[in-house]
Every structure is written in structure tokens, then in C-alpha cells.
Design a protein around this ligand. Structure first.
Ligand SMILES: NC(=O)C1=CN([C@@H]2O[C@H](COP(=O)(O)OP(=O)(O)OC[C@H]3O[C@@H](n4cnc5c(N)ncnc54)[C@H](OP(=O)(O)O)[C@@H]3O)[C@@H](O)[C@H]2O)C=CC1
Ligand SMILES: O=C([O-])CC(=O)C(=O)O
Length: 264
């Protein structure tokens, strides 16, 4: 049986933990912030709670980070340096060059790997294959209902309560996008890391009162041809900012560790 460690215990982590156990994995421990131990235990059902990667139990097969940028910043490198493979949804954190270098160096030191979960988006397989040829242009547009942007930088430029038409609140590089919207634009970083990189990938974010789902679109062109990919993701019931597919992609990543046949 695979034993899993987790970082974070929110909406994505809760789904992952439930599904992991239903699929025969054991959630052995979770890293929570100091003072949040009881909340973590309540959310994940009596699991061992620690505050640092050094305190995770010895015999773990994989650690999954569902805590967002702060979680991978605080615990990612220590987890990898211990030799534990890490699956993360906090992909946008890698837009910080120093953190990127620290995580990849720690993975090498630990003889392990950092796995970027595909998260709320798809088509990253086609994009990364296309990047093996000459990939010329990649654009990403992220569209969410106004409630999906609450607590984000969108509130600095828009009155989310009074929108009656779609409004663009960010346009720029995927790097700037991922850093400015840590809870909402991990997808921009995933698209960039799969394809043209964080500085050459164009990103646009839209608050749209006419939609009820999180809509992500990629357009790409290059020597391979061109594609347009659109997904309308349902938000998680307990956090509409995060699409349910995010949690499902982590479950897929951990199930792939033990299955005889793996797609992608
Ligand atoms: N790659 C992708 O496509 C997507 C990625 N995401 C990322 O996933 C993250 C999590 O989403 P979701 O579950 O919906 O968010 P929630 O806010 O529901 O959960 C976040 C959890 O992380 C915990 N946490 C935060 N900082 C730390 C830390 N330093 N150490 C340990 N735990 C920590 C929080 O606990 P507490 O606050 O009590 O400390 C909470 O349990 C998002 O913030 C976003 O960055 C989301 C959607 C798509
Ligand atoms: O869940 C989503 O739809 C996208 C998201 O928040 C992110 O990219 O961080």
C-alpha cells in the first residue's frame, strides 16, 4: 500500500485525501501551519499532523502539496531533499526563479522528482510535445465568475459586485500573472512551463458575470500546426476559486504511481 504525506488540508486536499483512501492509499501525515493542527485533524480525519517536512514519517511513498504557494515555498525543498517525490498543484510558485532553482536543486540532491500536477487545465501533453519542435505562439485566457476572483488582485481594478459584462483585469506575461494571482493563475504557469516559458507565454484574466464555471482556454501555433483548447471546469463545492479537476489531477498523479498502464 502506498503511504501519502500531504501539505495543506483545504478543498483540494480534502478531495484528494478522500479519493486516495477510496483507491487503497493511506494518508499517513499532513503538514499544517503551527496553530492549525486541530483544524487539519478535523478536516482529514485523525491523521498525524506535523509542522515541517523533517517531521514527516520515514516510510512515505509520495507527498502531495495542495496548500498553494506558501506551502510549497515553506516545505517543498525540504521534502524533495529528503528524497520524497512531491506532486504539487502550486505551479505558479515556480514563476519565482529563486524558488524554481531551489526546488529543482533539492530534487536532484534527494534523487527524486517534482511532479507538476496538470491541475485545472488540459492539453499540456500536446503543448509540451509541440515545444519539442518550433513552437511560435502560446496564449492563455482564464475566465471565472466574479466570485472566483474574490480575494485576488482583480479587486484592485474591478468592483466585482457591480460587473454587468466581462472585464479583463490582467494582461501580460504568464510569469507576472502567476505571481500576482497565487490562488487563481497556477494554470498560466502550467501552460507556460509546458510550452514557451513563463516570459514568452501571453496571459489574460477575465471576470465574467455571464458564466457559472471556470473557463480556461489555450491557443498555440508552431511547426506542429495549431490548436485551441477550452475547458469549462466546475468549481469545488467548498472553494469556487479552485476547479474540481485540480483535485482529480492529483488523484490521477498518485494512482499513476501504481498502475501498470499510464496515459500521457
Ligand atoms: N494547478 C492548478 O490548476 C490549480 C492550483 N490551485 C492551487 O491550489 C491551492 C489550494 O487550493 P484549495 O484547496 O482550493 O485552497 P484552500 O484555501 O481550500 O486550502 C488551502 C490549504 O492550504 C493550507 N496552507 C496554506 N499555507 C500553508 C503552509 N504554509 N503550510 C501548510 N498548509 C498551508 C491552508 O491551511 P491554513 O490556512 O489553515 O493554514 C488550507 O488548508 C490554491 O491556493 C492554488 O494555489 C488551485 C486551483 C487550480
Ligand atoms: O482552478 C482553476 O480553475 C484555476 C486556478 O485557480 C489556478 O490556476 O490557480
Amino acid at each position: 500500500m502506498q503511504r501519502i504525506g500531504m501539505i495543506g488540508y483545504g478543498a483540494v486536499a480534502g478531495y484528494v485525501a478522500r479519493e486516495a483512501e477510496r483507491n487503497g492509499f493511506e494518508v499517513a501525515a499532513v503538514i499544517a501551519r503551527p496553530g492549525r493542527e486541530a483544524a487539519a485533524r478535523a478536516a482529514l480525519g485523525g491523521v498525524t499532523v506535523v509542522n515541517a517536512a523533517a517531521d514527516l514519517p520515514e516510510a512515505l511513498d509520495v507527498v502531495v502539496d495542495c496548500a498553494g504557494h506558501d506551502g510549497v515555498r515553506a516545505h517543498g525543498a525540504d521534502t524533495l531533499a529528503r528524497g520524497l517525490p512531491l506532486v504539487t498543484v502550486s505551479v505558479g510558485a515556480l514563476a519565482d526563479n529563486e524558488l524554481y532553482a531551489g526546488l529543482t536543486a533539492a530534487a536532484k540532491r534527494g534523487g527524486t522528482r517534482l511532479h507538476l500536477a496538470t491541475g485545472a487545465i488540459g492539453a499540456l501533453d500536446a503543448l509540451s510535445a509541440a515545444a519539442a519542435g518550433d513552437l511560435q505562439e502560446v496564449s492563455y485566457t482564464g475566465r471565472k465568475p466574479p466570485a472566483g476572483w474574490r480575494g485576488s488582485a482583480a479587486e484592485e481594478v474591478l468592483d466585482l459586485d457591480r460587473l454587468d459584462a466581462p472585464a479583463v483585469h490582467f494582461e501580460g506575461s504568464a510569469r507576472d500573472c502567476a505571481l500576482a494571482y497565487p490562488k487563481n493563475a497556477n494554470v498560466a504557469a502550467s501552460v507556460a512551463l509546458a510550452g514557451l516559458g513563463l516570459d514568452a507565454t501571453k496571459a489574460r484574466l477575465i471576470a465574467d458575470p455571464t458564466i457559472a464555471r471556470n473557463i480556461h482556454e489555450i491557443t498555440a501555433s508552431g511547426d506542429f500546426g495549431r490548436f485551441r483548447f477550452t475547458i469549462e471546469g466546475m468549481g469545488m463545492p467548498d472553494n469556487p476559486k479552485s476547479s474540481a479537476l485540480t483535485a482529480m489531477s492529483v488523484v490521477r498523479a498518485i494512482r499513476n504511481r501504481t498502475e501498470a498502464l499510464v496515459i500521457g
